[in-house]
Design a protein around this ligand. Sequence first.
Ligand SMILES: Nc1nc2c(c(=O)[nH]1)N[C@H]1C(S)=C(S)[C@@H](COP(=O)(O)OP(=O)(O)OC[C@H]3O[C@@H](n4cnc5c(=O)[nH]c(N)nc54)[C@H](O)[C@@H]3O)O[C@H]1N2
Ligand SMILES: Nc1nc2c(c(=O)[nH]1)N[C@H]1C(S)=C(S)[C@@H](COP(=O)(O)OP(=O)(O)OC[C@H]3O[C@@H](n4cnc5c(=O)[nH]c(N)nc54)[C@H](O)[C@@H]3O)O[C@H]1N2
Ligand code: SF4
Ligand SMILES: [Mo]
Length: 725
Amino acid sequence: MQQHSQNADFSQRPYEAIAREGETLVATHCSFCGMQCGMNIRVSNDTNTVLGVEPRYDFPMNGGRLCPKGVSAYRQAEHPERLLKPLIRKNGRLTEASWEEAYDLIVSKIKELQAKYGKDSIGIYSGSSMTNEKCYIMGKFARIGLGTRYIDYNGRYCMSSAAAGFNQTVGIDRGSTGPWSDIKFADVLLIAGSNTAECHPLSMPYIWGARDRGAKLIVADPRQTKTALVSDVHLDLRPGTDIALTNGLLHVMIEENWIDRDFIDRHTTGFEKLAETVKRFDPQTVSDITGVSAGKIVEAARLFGRAKNGFVLFARGVEQHSTGSDTVSNYVNLCLTTGKAGRKGAGFATFTGQGNGQGGREHGQKADQLPGYRKITDPKARAYIAKVWGVEESEIPGPGISAFEMLKSLGEEIKMLLLVCSNPMVSAPSIGNVAEYLKKLDFFVAIDMFLSESAELADVVLPSTVWIEDDGTTTNVEGRVIRIKGIDRTPGESKRDWKIICELAERLGRGQYFRFNSPEEIFNELRIASKGGVADYSGITYDKIDRMNGVFWPCPSEEHEGTPRLFEDLRFNFPDGKARLHAFEHTGPNEKIDGEYPLILTTGRVVFHYLSGNQTRRIDALRRLCPDPYCEIHPDLAARHGIGNGELVKISSRRGSIVVPAKITKTIRPDCLFVPYHWGKTLAINNLTNPALDPKSKIPEFKVCAVKLEKAKQEEMPHGQSTVH
Ligand SMILES: Nc1nc2c(c(=O)[nH]1)N[C@H]1C(S)=C(S)[C@@H](COP(=O)(O)OP(=O)(O)OC[C@H]3O[C@@H](n4cnc5c(=O)[nH]c(N)nc54)[C@H](O)[C@@H]3O)O[C@H]1N2
Ligand SMILES: Nc1nc2c(c(=O)[nH]1)N[C@H]1C(S)=C(S)[C@@H](COP(=O)(O)OP(=O)(O)OC[C@H]3O[C@@H](n4cnc5c(=O)[nH]c(N)nc54)[C@H](O)[C@@H]3O)O[C@H]1N2
Ligand code: SF4
Ligand SMILES: [Mo]
């Protein structure tokens, strides 16, 4: 593949941040979303305390800009609610204890349960907000530290449909086919199911860059998000109808001959079946299914089809469905049928969610995976990794099950759960049931730096450090591997996640496989483990990352410059080099609306909070800007129910209900409600959501469930709920 400059838009380095007297600037990256913006953390030389943040101009992704979460991320470091000592449940209460006591208890439980029920009696539920090094070590610890097949992670709720969709269509799962700077060169952008302005705010300058060059913008979202507001065409579809919508776009493009026949013939298979399938999806039929006018469907298809270069960008709005994987494939079909791939300005991407959402899904913390995207069922992959780890191949267990399936089965085979870097009591679907599942465990251990709604239920809670207290790497939305640099400190008795795992392994008699003294040592093993895999990091070193401001995988040798853009030779990752055009029927969401539950609830995010909120709800600056959840309701729907702005409403699904204030807005479809999901307990919208899973990716259908809406009275506010406005 041809090589490119890896510097994108903001590479001019207009300013350099200068440390103030008595302070040091640590050049690192944000702890939150997959943009992984560069930032300098201000640290006091005297006290080693974190004082604030300064922009970092030399990282091309954000060039000195940060969003509201980015500017306040540092406030986690000195936060008074940080966990500084291990906690053990004694007489029902979590009580401070020593590490020795905590380790002894955990190790004795592991031994006791494994002796009684077998190795698979321990499960690990991990997360992708951790560095590559930590994610790698979690996968290794499960397989050869504990010898269990049960490990999966929170990325299952996140980008697993994108992964499955990419794999079935182009044979490789790297979130973006090109560097973010490519976006600027598109003539048309189709953004689907992404609230870009709030969830990846630092992507907006790239979109503005394309707009400045005359690019057209199409947005597919049931809500008129800030991004949809500035679009040329807003496809305001009913949630769960993206397959019909994309079939409609394909129909018009084929009918009006905007497709690239030559590209299709040479670089894809399956077109005839696709063309046959979408024939039935004429604009009027699609309009009836999606609620988008036929005129807009035709207009969008023409804008997209006519443009030479174009990018399709999508996120959880299209992925968190029981048909999410196929929906992703059908959005990619739009690019493949019009020859938009393999060059500057032409390609497709999913917005990586978590900071290390990309790297976290590559190196073995998925149930069916070994490092470098290797399949745990592939004998060659097993033999190779066994050699790297220095164990017999037979010691590596087989595949486990996905995150939600694991939660659902707790108490059956899995008797003890180790939860690291996730908060499923807020983030899993239908959390009323999840609470019941957790109760079936014999023993529950959580590792977190703040006591989360999930950690509150644990038998032992171990205090970890925050991201800037450790070194490591993450892989951002572009597939660029970057360095997280940390301060040398571990407040109170907190410990780094990888250290905790190594110390547990030692006590389990498996220490010989976990003798790491630094993240760099772990990374160097990860490099070898990934060598020859799809996500090949073997040519990436810490020094090279520093020198090149990040290195894009695959990077198979130290001389290799990395791969900013995939498919430049127009070969896709299948033996014949051809992408697979699969055809899909519209089936719609798992749960349909009916007389009793006549409205569609969709859920998502706001700019001020991050995921389960366990980090951002503690930061005053962010909490003040958005203290509580609310429900977006269209004025027509509100009028029908006699609901005024700010009045309390009760929303109920077949699984649960919530009482929140109404936010009346014309930016949502009249047949939909939207509630952000960053709160727990009685304020958790996941009391209502549907745990139906996509059979291919096992992602839950967070984006659609059937609900009813009622006006609520103040007394219906559940006891203990925080005051609302
Ligand atoms: N501020 C903030 N930023 C974040 C995060 C955060 O928590 N807060 N989390 C990070 C993570 S982990 C993730 S995964 C990303 C998520 O980033 P996004 O996916 O952009 O965020 P969401 O709000 O979940 O959903 C995006 C949009 O999907 C729309 N939508 C709902 N249903 C449908 C549908 O059926 N079809 C279509 N086409 N659209 C639909 C919603 O109206 C919403 O505007 O953000 C990352 N960035
Ligand atoms: N209704 C609804 N539900 C959703 C979604 C939706 O759109 N709608 N989106 C889903 C998506 S995309 C995602 S990604 C999930 C995320 O859901 P979760 O996995 O629950 O997300 P977090 O809030 O990031 O949880 C991370 C936890 O680990 C802690 N933590 C952070 N960093 C570290 C670390 O380095 N080490 C350790 N040990 N702990 C750490 C944090 O304090 C927090 O308690 O939620 C999903 N749930
Ligand atoms: S856009 Fe994402 S990475 Fe950048 S500052 Fe905001 S939360 Fe952090
Ligand atoms: Mo996510």
